[in-house]
Design a protein around this ligand. Structure first.
Ligand code: RAM
Length: 512
């Protein structure tokens, strides 16, 4: 499933008033220095950071520096020479990796549909050493491989040290003390907060390696987790104002927003992401009671849900059958998305009703409630199969349909467990491919009262990433195939990805 939308001459419709407020909420980043490496290898041989200084590197030599944890920030290398005078530039290649395994991939072999420019690599010519060399970009990484492409017969390169100045808008001192006696849950909790910390930048990014961008679906899960941890309320509010402040000309919200050089809606629309805006706003207001945000963002929020009702729901209250082409739900080629999208729409209607109530608009509150009730009944009629005892979408059984219609309150009483088991074990059924979908699966298990199953799944799924050496949680994870990628190569996968940070939220809310 490729997600590439290019609308010729697309001009976002900007609201300067909302964008000014978004700008005023821009966070001040906190910088922390991490001297490195914590450990290193030269040509495969393990060394201490001290002995690295005694190990001159010749053409062809490779040093892998391990910074000990995932970091997002700027890197400086302290380099000198050994041997005779430096009579030619030092020619170096630097490869950054979030997971050690990425370094085994050859970038030349990547022919997927995302730009290979995301692969974090630099080539440098250094005319004069010793020098402190500041690298040009912000990197997301734990490992840095330095390959000496050439020196000259007269001299070698020596790594005296390296440093990363890490950056984030999140503040560890805001995180409440949590006693988590269970060691496995504690490790999962810690890794999910590290994930959120590294994604909390100028906006809540999806992934600091890639796309470094504000996506609506990711924002919802980051915000939920932030409420129980860093409480980056201004950044969350800024993100809400950005989505409302730059939109499609017809008022729809883009699935993601660029922030540089100026805020600009991307010309990509994803129905389920837009439908989540009222949900994110409603959850933000639950936390803050922010009257300004309610006044500014109520109408943009309601418009998202109204637009879908007007364009994608048939006269029987059912999602039209080709809705999937503008929906995301999960990275999956074979998934029929209609039933899941109906679930998201129902939750969006519930959020609209709650927002209208907050705004004191009883008339519209009642209208949204009535719509939601109609769509729930319609969903039961259109998607529930008595024969199969689960939901079908376009004739297909998937976990995605069971999950979203459970979250929407459509699953018949007492039927969830059997329906989930059926979808999970059916050969050929679409798999859940992302932590985004797995989060909603855990949420649906909880909603259906299956708390033990929810906890077991959280431990197994997120635990599988830790067992594979993760410091932070990933964009996609198939425990049966850790090299799986929706993009045609794991080298562009993001291994610190916003939408997988929710275990801290789930653990905080349900398991401790
Ligand atoms: C990817 C991003 C993001 C996600 C979208 C749909 O490019 O990683 O997290 O929201 O796709």
């Amino acid at each position: 499933m490729e997600l590439i939308s290019i609308i010729p001459d697309f001009q976002p419709r900007n609201d300067p008033h909302l964008l000014r407020k978004a700008e005023a909420l821009k966070p001040v980043l906190q910088y922390t220095d991490f001297p490195a490496p914590v450990s290193c290898r030269v040509n495969g041989e393990q060394m201490t950071p001290e002995s690295l200084k005694e190990r001159p590197l010749r053409a062809g030599d490779q040093a892998i520096l391990d910074f000990g944890r995932h970091l997002v920030g700027h890197v400086a290398l302290n380099l000198s020479t050994a041997g005779s005078h430096q009579d030619a530039p030092a020619f170096l290649q630097l490869d950054f990796a979030e997971m050690a395994g990425e370094l085994n991939e050859n970038p030349e072999d990547y022919h997927g549909w995302l730009s290979r420019s995301w692969i974090q690599q630099e080539r440098l010519h250094l005319d004069r050493l010793p020098a402190e060399v500041s690298l040009p970009r912000r990197y997301a990484f734990r490992y840095l491989r330095l390959t000496v492409l050439d020196t000259s017969p007269k001299y070698q390169v020596v790594i005296q040290g390296a440093k990363c100045t890490a950056e984030s808008a999140a503040d560890w001192s805001s995180v409440p003390e949590k006693q988590i006696a269970d060691e496995e849950l504690k490790r999962i909790y810690d890794a999910s907060l590290r994930t959120l910390y590294d994604c909390t930048q100028d906006v809540l990014e999806d992934g600091p390696k890639r796309d470094q961008r504000l996506w609506l679906g990711d924002l919802r899960l980051e915000a939920l987790t932030s409420y129980v941890s860093f409480r980056s309320l201004d950044v969350i509010k800024r993100c809400l104002y950005l989505f409302a402040g730059t939109r499609f000309p017809d008022g729809r919200m883009a699935a993601n927003v660029f922030t540089e050089p100026e805020p600009a809606a991307d010309d990509t629309y994803l129905m389920d992401y837009a439908l989540l805006f009222p949900v994110v706003l409603q959850e933000y207001l639950e936390e803050t009671d922010d009257a300004e945000a309610l006044a500014d963002l109520l109408e943009p929020a309601l418009e998202q849900t109204d637009w879908v009702l007007d364009h994608w729901v048939d006269e029987n209250g059912v999602m039209k059958s080709d809705a999937g082409k503008v929906g995301f739900i999960d990275w999956s080629e074979s998934l029929n998305r209609d039933a899941a999208l109906q679930g998201v729409l129902i939750l969006s209607l519930d959020a609209c009703a709650a927002l209208c109530e907050k705004a004191g608009d009883g008339k519209r509150k009642a209208e949204y409630e009535e719509k939601a009730a109609t769509l729930r009944q319609a969903a039961g009629r259109a998607f529930w199969s008595e024969k199969e005892q689960c939901f079908l979408s376009g004739g297909q059984i998937s976990m995605h349909s069971q999950v979203w219609l459970t979250l929407a309150g459509v699953m018949p009483e007492g039927k969830a467990k059997a329906a989930f088991d059926k979808a999970l074990n059916l050969p050929g059924a679409p798999k859940m491919n992302t932590p985004y979908m797995h989060h909603y699966y855990v949420a649906a298990l909880l909603k259906a009262g299956l708390k033990d199953e929810a906890e077991a799944h959280l431990r197994a799924y997120w635990g599988s990433m830790l067992n594979a050496g993760a410091d932070t949680f990933w964009e996609c994870c198939d425990p049966d195939d850790l090299s799986a990628s929706p993009y045609g190569g794991m080298i562009v996968n993001s291994y610190c990805h916003a939408w997988s940070c929710t275990p801290a939220y789930l653990i905080d809310k349900y398991f401790i």
